[in-house]
Design a protein around this ligand. Structure first.
Ligand code: ATP
Ligand code: MG
Length: 332
């Protein structure tokens, strides 16, 4: 069976971008057709300035929201990265295969490092090495496919390079994974700044729709979305990024093709109203199920405990094999 691994960082409240670009497909498609591992990658949340209590809270919330969006622990493995030591064990070994130059070329590193510096902060070494830990997350499980949005494509490419390099140098150890693309909604843009991605760790603002926003808040944010000059509703990502983003969100929520959908709306106002209602409807069942699950924290904990046990069993043999292949003496 195809093995799929994907993760989400507890760096902020989950957004519509996370849902349409990742979570929804994990639940609706991936967990049914593949052996799916879905991970709250909490170690990655420590790569930027963070509040420890908030990371813990967001990790629990992300797990609850993943269950609320339909992940079924009978069908897939849902767990927290820091509960499975194999990730950091393997990360170190892969750091011995990756190069400094490779890390510095990562677009997300450049963007996030610039942001930290812009805020007057310093750049953590872990932000630079983060793609190696991500490679370890993926390679530890013999992953075949990594469903990710556009923003993570470069990191999956690096993961492939590291796997190939390790296999060539030290013997066949890792499966070389490939990224799979969500199609529509691969890159949901910020409603106020439609040339930037909607990201959960960005400063909160009206351009970001959070999964737990009240319906009226969602409506307000969508109705205030920045649109482009002109009046006609046409789908053009380059010239009309604001309208294109709304059409893509609509297509992701209701099905269909953004270009074809554009013909159905006579004005930006009509389009925004349709998008607002579509988003409210898509998020409604997630919010409801989330509320139910919040009243049963022991259930969520049990899922994470079993998930970590299962993940550990899957990862350990391959990580042990990598230790032996690279020259480490097995414990006696
Ligand atoms: P951060 O700002 O901390 O990087 P993020 O919102 O980008 O947070 P991640 O935890 O980095 O979220 O990514 C989780 C998953 O959500 C990944 O598969 C990623 O590709 C996807 N994703 C993130 N943002 C978007 C977006 N705006 N549109 C579509 N997919 C997205
Ligand atoms: Mg991201």
């Amino acid at each position: 069976m195809t093995r799929v691994f994907s993760g989400i960082k507890p760096t902020g409240h989950l957004t519509l971008g996370n849902y349409l670009g990742a979570m929804r497909r994990w639940a609706a498609v991936d967990q049914h057709r593949a052996d799916g591992l879905f991970c709250i990658v909490d170690l990655h949340a420590l790569t930027v300035d963070h509040d420890p209590a908030r990371v813990r809270r967001l990790s629990r919330q992300a797990a609850t929201l993943l269950l609320a969006s339909g992940l079924d622990p009978e069908l897939c493995t849902l767990f927290v990265q820091s509960h499975v030591d194999e990730h950091t064990r393997l990360s170190y070994v892969l750091e011995c295969v990756a190069t400094d130059g490779e890390m510095r070329r990562m677009i997300q590193y450049k963007e996030k490092a610039a942001r930290e510096q812009g805020r007057g902060g310093s750049v953590r070494l872990s932000l630079l090495t983060y793609p190696v830990l991500m490679a370890a997350d993926i390679l530890a499980y013999g992953t075949d496919e990594v469903p990710v949005g556009d923003d993570q494509a470069q990191h999956v490419e690096l993961t492939r390079d590291l796997a190939v390099r390790f296999n060539q140098r030290y013997g066949q150890t890792f499966v070389v994974p490939r990224a799979t693309h969500p199609g529509v909604a691969a890159r949901v843009m910020n409603l106020q700044e439609p040339t930037s991605k909607m990201g959960k760790s960005d400063d909160a603002g009206p351009g970001i729709v959070y999964l737990l926003d009240e319906p009226d808040v969602v409506r307000k944010k969508v109705l205030r979305a920045v649109t482009d000059s002109g009046r006609e509703v046409v789908y053009d990502r380059e010239e009309r990024p604001g309208v294109a983003n709304l059409l893509e969100i609509l297509a992701a929520c209701e099905g269909g093709d953004p270009g074809e959908l554009s013909g159905a709306y006579a004005s930006y106002g009509a389009l925004k109203k349709a998008v607002a209602e579509a988003v409210v409807e898509v998020l409604r069942p997630v919010r409801e199920r989330h509320r139910e699950l919040c009243s049963d924290p022991a259930y969520v904990e049990g899922v994470l405990r079993k998930g970590a046990e299962r993940a550990r069993e899957m990862a350990r043999p391959r990580v042990d094999a990598a230790f032996r292949a690279i020259g480490l003496l097995p414990p006696v």
